[in-house]
Each structure stands twice: as C-alpha cells, then as structure tokens.
Write a protein that binds this ligand. Structure first.
Ligand code: NDP
Ligand code: 2IT
Length: 451
C-alpha cells in the first residue's frame, strides 16, 4: 500500500476492496467516493493507516442473510431473501433502514450500510450503522400479503436486533404500515414493548416529525448552503425526483421556505408542473402515494401537466436539484444537462443518487453539492431522537423535535465547512462529510482496542 501519494493510496486500497468483494459495484463506488477524499487526511494522520481502520471499516462486523417464506391471498407460497448488514457499532447500537425492493442485493445493502456509518456519526448522536431489508416487492400486494411478509421477515430478524443491539427503521418500500406490522410481530415474539424500531406510529412510541425529517432536513441543508452565500431557497425553482416519503416532505419544506417545486417522479416516469406543485396538489400526491398507492402519471392526468414516461427530472431547467428516489439516478450526462441549464445547488435526499462521474461533474463545476450522507441525515437523526424519547418514556412536541432537527442539520453543515474548505473559498461538502464522519468512528474504534 502506497502511503505517500494520495492517488496511489486510493488506487491500492480500492484494489484491496475490489479483490475482497468481487462484483459488488455499488459497494466499490461508495468506498471509492470516501477513500479518495480521505486519502490526503490519512497520509497526514498515519496512525489510522497503521491501525488498518479503513480495512476494518469496509469489513462488516456481521452480515445476516435468511429465507423469508410467506403466503399470498391465493394460497401460493413465495420465498424471498432477507438481509441485515451490521456494519459498525463503534459509537452506538447498529442503526439504519430496511429497504423492500426487488432490485436489492448484498452490494446495495453494503453500500447503504457503509454510508450509514459515516452519516450516523455526523448526526452527533450515539448510533452505529447498518442496513437491511428484502427483495420483496410491496407493489400490488394487499395489506394482508404485506403483513404476512412482514411477520415472517421479523420472525427471523427478531433474533438479531434489540433496542441496545440494532434498531432498524424505514427506507424504500418500508413506511409506517410496514414498521407497524414488524413492531407488532417483534412484540409478540419477545413479549416486550421496546424501542426496537423507529418510525413508529405517534400513538405507540413514534416521534413527531420523524416522517417529515428526511425531506425537511435535506431542504434545511440546502438552505444552509445557500445562506452561507447570502442566498436562500426563496424564489428558487426546485426539481425533485421520487414521490415517496422523502420527496413529499422535501416538496412541503421547499413550499414553506418560498421555493417552487416543479417535478416528481416514480420508476415509470416524471411529471413536470411548471406553475409549481402547491399545497393542494401536494395533498393529492400524499393521498395518491400513501393511501391509494397509485402512480405519478395520475397527477399529470388530474392537473393537465406534461408526463415524461421512463424519464427522470434532470432535463428540467432548475436552480436546485433534489434527487429523492434511489442510488445512481443521476447519470454523467444528466449531471451535465443540469449544469448546462443553470442548476447550482444539488442536495441529495436519496443515498448515493449521483453516479461517480456525475458527482465529479458537480465537484468540478464547484456548485453547492451536498452528498446524501450529509444532506439526508435528518431522517436517522430524528430516529435517534425517537430512541431518546423512548428511553425517557416522554414525547417532545413538534416544535421541539423540529428545532433539534434544524440544529443538527446546521451543525452537520458547519462540520462539512470546517473539514471541506479548499483554497479559493470552495467548500467540498463530500470531503468535509467524509472526514468529519470518519474521525469520530475511527477514534472510537481505536479506544475500544482491536475491534
Ligand atoms: P419510498 O419508498 O417512500 O419512495 C421511493 C421513491 O423512489 C418512489 O417514488 C419510488 O418509485 C422511487 N424509486 C425507488 N426505486 C426506484 C428505482 N429503482 N428507480 C426509479 N425510482 C425509484 O422511499 P423513501 O422516500 O423513504 O426513500 C427515497 C430515498 O431516500 C432512498 O434512496 C432512501 O435510501 C433515501 N433515504 C430515506 C430515508 C427515510 O427516512 N425514509 C432517510 C435517508 C435517506 P416507485 O414507487 O415507482 O418505486
Ligand atoms: O438512509 C437512512 O438514513 C434511512 N433510511 C433512515 C435510517 C433510520 O434508522 O432512521
């Protein structure tokens, strides 16, 4: 391993990671994005290299994979695969979402778990990192089928989690309904009412603002970046992708701050509402997606706006882009188009939504670019606050939680500025987030011996 030249160090380390984890392209991408921004810092602080902290951090503490059999409404039996990647517990119990989507595989969960470790560290709350879920597709399933699946999934997962061990939450395909079914099953199996999951219902241990927190937090982060430049979201045109939990509450907070959200999407296509998605239309989207579980093209039919089938929103002219759907949803070409059309702020609500090349286009253009692990940390931060409230057996008000969320997002922003400022005043938020997130976890690992 070359420990003198940052580029050669990155190259050597990536060869090591690739040979240990063959074929895991998403995981390699996440590690590369971190190592290339850390290498200079590590060379200046060689004890992290000597103690093989990065080698340890890229090796999950534990991976659990299991069979999930369940029965559909017709009586047919299905077999899905369940996962939990428990990546790092140096600064707290494993914490991170569950994703139910047919596209998942171990590489995707390892990418998400690796990102989660650094993200959770940035929140300043005591949470380690994990991710999990299943290749189960909740789309077009009845409530009964979703419940059957969740109960079977939790029957195995319950052996591996607990309020002091591992505390899962939602992610793609896992919202309030799924958390409810899984919590019920855990309680039944253990005969314990504990804070083993976050994102719970308000009447049974959930926190106010948790549903809103990822979307709100992403917009708060964008506002912080703009404020630092003497600007704000007010009056800005904002292109948003996705139409699930994160996208909906990003739209809501953009409206609160006086911006104009103009797009939403799902895996079938994009709607473009050039007059802006207002509060009334947003209520329609919430009903369409959360209750009727419909498709976003129905918005275009209802409000008479254009719908672009099989396209993402990145061809739309905007000031601010907020990808809130999934990983690698902004290609290199799409990043180029966004920049050409004048986009100068990108705040990632989703995890790793920009491809490696897209990320580098944003960095080279020196725009305000916030990576997911910083911009979307509000979700897990309020999960951490839900754990605190569960431990205290108290509930904070909406304003209290929202105030704490704002403070946490501001603090993350400021840590990125401290560690990511470069010559000429440019802030590399990717570098800032990676260094700030890494140091806390690395130091905890060193204090705890060879873990
Ligand atoms: P939801 O399931 O509520 O919504 C996901 C949205 O993204 C849907 O509109 C979905 O469309 C779209 N989508 C999902 N997969 C794909 C795909 N492969 N291609 C195109 N569109 C896709 O999930 P969330 O809103 O919770 O999550 C969105 C993103 O935010 C994810 O990257 C997640 O990891 C990240 N995130 C979520 C947090 C949370 O607290 N929920 C916290 C931090 C980050 P369709 O309905 O067609 O599938
Ligand atoms: O990616 C994420 O940060 C989440 N899906 C939320 C995790 C959590 O534990 O709240």
């Amino acid at each position: 391993m070359n420990i003198k030249d940052p580029q050669l160090f990155t190259k050597d380390f990536m060869e090591y990671v690739q040979s240990r984890n063959p074929g895991e392209a998403e995981f390699h991408q996440a590690v590369l994005e971190v190592v290339e921004t850390l290498s200079e810092f590590l060379i200046r602080n060689p004890r992290y290299i000597r103690l093989k902290i990065l080698e340890r951090m890229t090796e999950p503490e534990r991976i659990i994979m299991f069979r999930v059999p369940w029965i559909d409404d017709r009586g047919d039996i299905h077999i899905n695969r369940g996962y939990r990647v428990e990546m790092n517990s140096a600064i707290g119990p494993y914490k991170g979402g569950l994703r139910f989507h047919p596209s998942v595989n171990l590489s995707v969960y390892k990418l998400l778990a690796f990102e989660q470790v650094l993200k959770n560290s940035l929140t300043s709350l005591p949470m380690g990192g994990a991710k999990g879920g299943s290749d189960f597709d909740p789309k077009n399933k009845s409530d009964n089928e979703v419940m059957n699946f969740c109960q079977s999934f939790m029957t195995e997962l319950s052996r591996h989690i607990g309020p002091y061990t591992d505390v899962p939450a939602g992610d793609i395909g896992v919202g309030g309904r799924e958390i409810g079914y899984m919590f019920g099953q855990y309680k039944r199996l253990r005969n314990e009412f504990t804070g083993v999951l976050t994102g719970k219902g308000i009447g049974w241990g959930g926190s106010l603002i948790r549903p809103e927190s990822t979307g709100y937090g992403t917009v708060y982060f964008a506002e912080e970046m703009l404020n630092r430049k003497g600007d704000s979201i007010k009056g800005k045109t904002v292109a948003i992708s996705g139409s699930g939990n994160v996208a909906q509450f990003a739209v809501e907070k953009v409206l609160d701050l006086g911006g104009k959200p103009v797009s939403l999407s799902d895996s079938n296509g994009t709607i473009y509402d050039k007059d802006g998605i207002d509060r009334e239309k947003l209520e329609y989207v919430k009903l369409l997606k959360n209750v009727c579980r419909g498709r976003i093209y129905e918005y275009a039919d209802k409000f008479g706006v254009p719908y672009f089938e099989n396209q993402r929103p990145w061809g739309i002219s905007c000031d601010v882009a907020m990808p809130c759907a999934t990983q690698n949803e902004i290609s290199s070409d799409e990043a180029g188009t966004l920049l050409k059309n004048g986009c100068f702020v990108v705040a990632e609500g989703a995890n790793m939504p920009s491809t490696y090349e897209a990320e580098h286009k944003f960095l080279d253009a020196k725009i305000l670019y916030a990576p997911g692990k910083a911009a979307n940390a509000g979700g897990v931060a309020v999960s951490g606050l839900e754990m605190t409230q569960n431990s205290m057996r108290l509930s904070w008000t909406r304003d209290e939680v929202d105030g704490k969320l704002k403070t946490i997002m501001r603090d993350i922003h400021d840590m990125c500025v401290t560690h990511g400022s470069e010559a000429g005043g440019f802030v590399n938020y990717v570098k800032g987030a990676n260094i700030a997130g890494f140091v806390k976890v690395a130091n905890a690992m060193i204090s705890q011996g060879l873990v």
